[in-house]
Design a protein around this ligand. Structure first.
Ligand code: PFF
Length: 364
């Protein structure tokens, strides 16, 4: 093992950092919609089965590679499978998360802006129809998205630069429990709305006739995406896991929390969507157009509740996106530190510079 390598402090810290990577935009803007479209409970069952049969074993394989090698993705490949073809896999594992974080941080920046908007009561007390225009107006401007993206990416890199224990572990250890608590509050409120039943039925009513091949593929894809598989994150994070830690236990807890959070997000979002009488969608449309519309509609009768729900919700999205982007960035930083001999701060700055350029292109 590389000398003086940091390790996570406890099992709780391990699970929270892995869960921080797993729980992200995929749980909030992808899962609820895919589940509803794909036959509700039928999709959920398939997703859980795939997670257990495929994703968890792959998660374990990556964990074992990471802990065994005690190195970044490139170092792990070099140590465990010396040979040209495998080096290519190592290189891909370093590059892919950096490409992903470039667009992921753009969306992170949007959620940061919408969190600020909700703090400024931008949805409460406004005409719901006009609130829908906030998102296209925001994304078509130059400064707003660019500044928010830059702030989001800078904060993610700063957390990574602070170290594995003092940065990544500390941030995840405190923010993930708070994230769960906030999501429970939103979910309980959403389920108490008149007409929440339609949203619940959308998610849980099993319709096995909808389980077509593309739906099965999307359940498998969602399970991979959500557990952050196949892109070096699990290898890198596991290289910081102590030899005494039971990888099966921490991996299973991570998959459990990831799935529970996705379901909670579904039960928080869909009842509100159906109560407002709108068709569910996925992606940016759901988070940045549909939900502000709902908050504005809610604000007509319940301004305080609407403001609180909007602030909590966008804070949840910001935190979940941050803990995930941190994990994507750490892959590149670990590589630069261990393979290129850069100091952690310099490595984080280098990753910031590269992904900032790519992200700005996405943002524009
Ligand atoms: N698992 C996280 C999510 O679901 O948002 C983060 C993530 C990892 C996103 C890997 C995308 C990705 F390709």
């Amino acid at each position: 093992m590389t000398k003086n390598r940091e390790t996570f402090g406890s099992r709780f810290a391990v699970i929270m950092t892995f869960a921080g990577s797993a729980i992200g935009l995929g749980n909030i803007w992808r899962f609820p919609y895919l589940a509803g479209e794909g036959g509700g409970a039928a999709f959920v069952l398939l997703y859980l089965a795939f997670s257990l049969l495929f994703s968890l074993p792959i998660f374990m394989v990556e964990s074992i590679i990471g802990r065994r090698s005690g190195a970044n993705c490139m170092g792990a490949v070099r140590k465990l499978a010396p040979g040209k073809a495998w080096r290519l896999l190592g290189a891909l594992s370093v590059i892919t998360p950096l490409v992903i974080v470039s667009y992921y941080s753009v969306v992170g920046g949007w959620s940061f802006e919408f969190f600020l908007k909700s703090c400024g009561l931008a949805f409460t007390g406004c005409d719901p129809e006009s609130v829908k225009d906030l998102f296209p107006a925001f994304t078509s401007s130059f400064w707003g998205p660019s500044l928010c993206f830059t702030a989001f990416l800078a904060l993610s890199c700063l957390i990574v630069a602070s170290g594995v224990k003092k940065g990544i572990e500390k941030f995840s250890k405190y923010s993930i429990p708070v994230l769960f608590l906030m999501m429970v509050l939103i979910m309980v409120y959403s389920l108490s709305l008149d007409g929440a039943g339609a949203g619940v039925r959308y998610l849980v009513k099993p319709d096995f006739s909808k389980l077509t091949l593309p739906v099965c593929a999307s359940a498998l894809g969602q399970s991979f995406y959500s557990l952050s598989l196949g892109m070096g994150i699990i290898i890198t994070y596991s290289s910081y896991v102590d030899k005494k830690e039971n990888l099966l236990a921490s991996g299973t807890w991570t998959a459990f929390f990831d799935a529970i959070f996705a379901l909670m997000a579904g039960f928080a979002i869909m009842p509100a969507v159906f109560t407002a009488g709108i068709e569910p969608s996925s992606g940016p449309g759901l988070i940045f157009e549909t939900l502000p519309f709902i908050f504005a509609k809610m604000g007509i009768n319940l301004p305080v509740v609407s403001a609180a729900a909007a602030i909590l919700f966008f804070l949840c999205i910001c935190i979940s996106a941050l803990t995930s982007s941190v994990s994507l960035i750490e892959v590149g930083v670990a590589y630069l530190v261990e393979e290129k001999g850069l100091r952690r701060g310099t490595a984080a700055l280098t990753v910031f510079a590269g992904t900032w350029v790519a992200g700005m292109l996405c943002s524009l």
